[in-house]
Design a binder for this molecule. Sequence first.
Ligand code: FAD
Length: 493
Amino acid sequence: MASSPVDVCVVGAGPAGLTAAVAAATAGRTVALVDAGARPGGQFWRHSPAGIEADRALHHDFVKYRQLETGLARFVQTGQIRLLTRHQVWTIERGARFTVRALKAGEYERTVDAAALVLAPGAYDRQVPLPGWELPGVYTAGGAQALLKEHGVLVGARVLVAGTGPFLLSVAAGLAQRGARVVGVYEANTGLGWLHHRSLRAVVRNFGKLSEGIHYAGTFARHRVWYHPRSTIVAAHGDTEVRAATVARLTRHGAVVPGSERRIEVDAIAVGWGFTPQLELPVALGTRTEVDADGSEIVLVGDWQQSSTPGVFVAGEATGVGGAALARVEGEIAGYAAAWYVNVDHESASFHPRSRRAERRLSWLRKRRLTLRAFAAAMHRAHPVPPSWLDQLQPDTLVCRCEEVSVERLRTAADDLGVTDARLAKLLTRTGMGWCQGRVCGYATACLVARFAGTGYDPRGLTERPLAVPVPLGVLAHGAAPAVPADESWRGE
Ligand SMILES: Cc1cc2nc3c(=O)[nH]c(=O)nc-3n(C[C@H](O)[C@H](O)[C@H](O)COP(=O)(O)OP(=O)(O)OC[C@H]3O[C@@H](n4cnc5c(N)ncnc54)[C@H](O)[C@@H]3O)c2cc1C
C-alpha cells in the first residue's frame, strides 16, 4: 500500500534514528520513522514485554530515552511523525524521490515516499570462529543480552562471558543481576590500552564514562564475578550442547601463553568481539564506504552526516561503531540536515542553520561528535581482536556455519583456486551464502582469506546484499507483497 508522501523517512528507531526523527519534525518536516522492532529504542533501549520501565536497572541513559519518547509521542499525536513499528525495510528505490519498501510481519507491504532519507540501521555482533562454537549454548554477547532484556530469559545458569570491549561488562552485569552465575569475564585486552598517548585526551574528556565502569565494578563485586584481563576463550566443548569452555591467558601480542589453558564447566557461553555495522541499505543506494579503525566497513559521511548519495543521510553505528551517545548526536545532526535538504536547490546550496539558536545547537553537536568520535577511536585502539583466534582454529573448524564451510576449505580455495578476496571466497566455497548472508562469518572470512592468500585484509565484498532482509519469494516473483490492510493504523501499534 502506498502511503501519503513525507518529507523525511528515517529507517531505524534506535538512539540515532529516534533522535533524527524528532529533530526533523522539530525543524517542521513530516517524517516517517520505520523500525523492524515492536517499539522504538533499538539495541540500546530494548524493551521487555513488561515495558522498559520495569527493567530500568538494565538500561543506561534512561532519562534521555524518556525525553525522546515524549518528543516522539507529541509528534505522533499531531500526525507529524508517522511511526511504523514491526516494519522491515527490504529495499529502497531511488528516483526523483525515494520509495522505501517495508514488509510487515514478513507478508504485507507498505511503501513510504520521501524526499530525503536518514538511515540509522545500527550494527550486529561481530563473531570469530572457535572450535565448538556451533554447539547449542554458545551465544553472541548481544544475543544473550537481547534474550535477557526483551524476554527476561537467562541463556544459562553458569555462563562464561568472553571476547573484548566494554560491552562485555554490560552483558555480564545484566546476567549476574538477573540470577546467572557468571563464572568469569575473559577480556582479551587490558585497561592499559586506554592509556595510549593518543587516547588519554579522549578518555579525560569523556570522564563520565568512568561512572559506568564503576557501576559495573560494583555489580561484579556484589555478585562475585571475576574479571580476567588479557585472557580469552579458545574452545567450547560438549556433545549435544555446550558443557565446558577452555580459556587461556594471552601474551602482550595476543598469542595464547602455552600451558595456561584451563577448562571450566559451563552451560552457556556469551562471546562478543565488538560490532559490525549493518550496511545493506546504504550500500544498495550506492553510498561510498571505507574501512574503520576496528576493521569494519562503514559509510563515509560528511560534516552534516550526508553520504555520497544525494538526499541520503546516515547516522549511528553505520558510520562507525561508537556507542549510543555518539549515535544520538549524529542522529540529531542528520535529522536537521535532512529537514533542510528537502527544500533547497541541491546543486548550489550548502547547509546553513536557519536561526541563531539552531546554529548554536549544531555547533555544539559537531564539537560533541568530535569528542565522542575520539573516544570511539580510543576504544578501538584499546580493544582490538587479538590474533590468537586464528591460531586456535582446527582444519575442521567451521567458519560459515550456515553452509558448513571449514577452515580447510578456505585454505584449499586460496591455495588451489587462487582465491584472494572475500567475494571470490564466497563464490567458490559458498561461505556467506547461507541464511545469515555473511553477517556472522564475513569478518572471519576476510581475515582468513587475507592470511591464506597473503593479501591485505578487506571486509568489503560480502556486504553487498541487494535485499536488506529475507523476503518471501512471492514478493520477488510478483514485484510486490499484498498491501497492509487498510484498517491498520500508521502508528504501527
Ligand atoms: C545486540 C546488541 C546489543 C547492544 N547492547 C548495547 C548496550 O547494552 N549498551 C551499549 O552501550 N551498546 C549496546 N550496543 C551497541 C549499540 O548498537 C549502540 O550503542 C546503539 O544502540 C547504536 O544506536 P543506533 O541507533 O546506531 O543503532 P541501533 O540501536 O542498533 O538501532 C538500529 C535500529 O534499526 C532497525 N533496523 C535495522 N535495519 C532495519 C531494516 N532493514 N528495517 C527496519 N528497521 C531496521 C533495528 O530494528 C534497530 O531498532 C548493542 C549492540 C547490539 C548489536
